[in-house]
Design a protein around this ligand. Structure first.
Ligand code: ATP
Ligand code: FE
Length: 423
């Protein structure tokens, strides 16, 4: 059984062919970071243009690398949603045409289902249903029970920002470099910066989100307060380094998609910096002293950047851990389900510190193993779509050639437990 998967929901055009043993037969991806960099956020019209330009090459590369033609695959899977409508259409149209011409079944895949199921490809025969899934990406923060393919209970979601977005915004407030290797975004730079910092630095102690009484028992997440807290500290730090703010109109710490403007503080002259500077080489998993100048090339003192990064990362991890703990308890007491694994995926799950905290709570408190896909399968890719397509295909779930994109598509609207009777 071999499935071709196509992904174009956001800013990566990706395709892959996988087989039922979880082997990646061929894979290709083209990003568009350079296109969107100047505006600091994804520009849909540019994203579509790039998807249209890249799609045929990406599909051909994935097939060529697998040594297969379209006639040799058993079905074509494609992301139907959620995502940017026009971007999704590029992938869906490519998939429909390929499937129709080659007379293959079409499988519409939910992007987050794909993130949730990828770990089963990475660890064949080790992750059995039901399992607890923590999806921590740029757009989502979800805690789910995965009962089976297509069957999910959403335990919690974020009430405001996603954890990945908070990492990105905090990293930019700390003036960390924007790019740090494949798919890493600013969040990966923050992880490396945090390794040089001291999370116990009392001056930078941050409050764990949702820790007041009536929120403690909720399974939801919240990251905007934590993020705003860091923004405030950064602002205070800048004032302490450079003197009073002379104008607020270009306040540097904004939540918008724009890059931070040049600071206008009175007092000491400030160094200028390029918020989109690129590191000469991708940051290594184990940071070296060499990374320090590149990381802290902004206007804040290196020690502040590192300690604040560490304080933020530690607090974000504590928040995730608290909700995971509740999630395990809920599974058993409310849903009568004993999760057989905890699976963390999405870009933030490539964060080693967060993985370690999650592994600790899962294994030590709930005697359950943690599985995370490798970082390049945590961020968007074609493999996850091909694999989710394969899992759906095996469960007899195929779609009509007439299916449309679903830019907003709640995961629970697949089939919700326990509303399904028969398998
Ligand atoms: P979604 O799947 O919800 O649509 P997305 O696909 O854009 O979102 P991903 O590609 O899964 O998101 O993840 C990107 C996010 O992961 C970014 O916010 C990035 O900062 C964050 N990220 C990547 N590596 C790390 C890391 N090591 N530590 C923290 N955050 C990280
Ligand atoms: Fe994604």
């Amino acid at each position: 059984l071999r499935i071709l998967g196509i992904e174009s929901s956001c800013d990566d055009t990706a395709a892959a062919v996988v087989d039922a043993r979880g082997q990646i037969l061929g894979e290709a991806i083209r990003g568009q970071q350079q296109v969107h960099e100047p505006s600091g956020g994804i520009v849909p019209i540019e994203a579509v243009r790039k998807h249209v330009e890249n799609m045929p090459f990406v599909v051909k590369e994935a097939l060529d690398r697998s040594g297969l033609g379209i006639a040799d695959v058993d079905a074509v899977a494609v992301t139907r949603g959620p995502g940017i409508s026009s971007c999704l259409s590029v992938g869906l149209n490519a998939a429909k045409t390929l499937a129709a011409v080659a007379n293959k079944p079409l499988i519409g895949v939910h992007h987050m289902e794909a993130h949730a199921l990828t770990a089963r490809l990475c660890f064949p025969d080790q992750i059995h249903f039901p399992f607890l899934s923590l999806l921590i990406s740029g757009g989502h923060t979800l805690l789910l029970i995965v009962h089976d393919v297509n069957r999910y209970t959403q335990l919690g979601t974020t009430r405001d920002d996603s954890v990945g977005d908070a990492f990105d915004k905090v990293a930019r407030a700390l003036q960390l470099p924007w790019k740090s290797g494949r798919g890493g975004g600013a969040g990966a730079a923050l992880e490396v910066a945090a390794r040089h910092g001291d999370p116990a630095h009392l001056a930078y102690k941050l409050k764990v989100p949702m820790s007041i009484n009536h929120q403690v028992s909720s399974l939801d997440f919240s990251f905007s307060g934590l993020k705003a807290d860091v923004f405030r500290r950064v602002d205070q730090q800048l004032v302490s380094q450079y003197g009073e703010l002379t104008t607020n109109s270009d306040h540097p710490i904004t939540d918008g998609a724009q890059p931070p403007p040049v600071f206008r503080y009175s007092g000491k002259p400030q160094p200028t910096f390029d918020p989109y500077r690129t590191l000469s080489k991708p940051l290594a998993d184990t940071p070296t002293e060499e990374d320090i100048p590149a990381l802290a090339a902004g206007q804040l003192t290196p020690q502040f950047v590192f300690d604040m990064a560490a304080a933020f990362q530690t607090t974000a991890a504590q928040h995730l851990v608290q909700k995971i703990r509740l999630g395990f308890q809920h599974c058993r007491s409310i849903h009568g389900v004993t999760p057989r694994a905890l699976v963390a995926s999405g870009g933030v799950a490539s964060n080693q510190f967060i993985r370690d905290r999650l592994r600790c709570v899962a294994t030590e408190e709930f005697d359950t193993p943690l599985f995370c896909p490798p970082p390049h399968l945590c961020t968007d890719n074609g493999v996850m779509i091909a694999w989710a397509g394969l899992e759906r295909f095996r469960s007899g779930l195929v779609d009509d050639y007439g299916v449309q994109v679903l830019p907003k598509w709640p995961l629970e609207s697949l089939v919700k437990w326990p509303n399904f009777e028969s398998r």
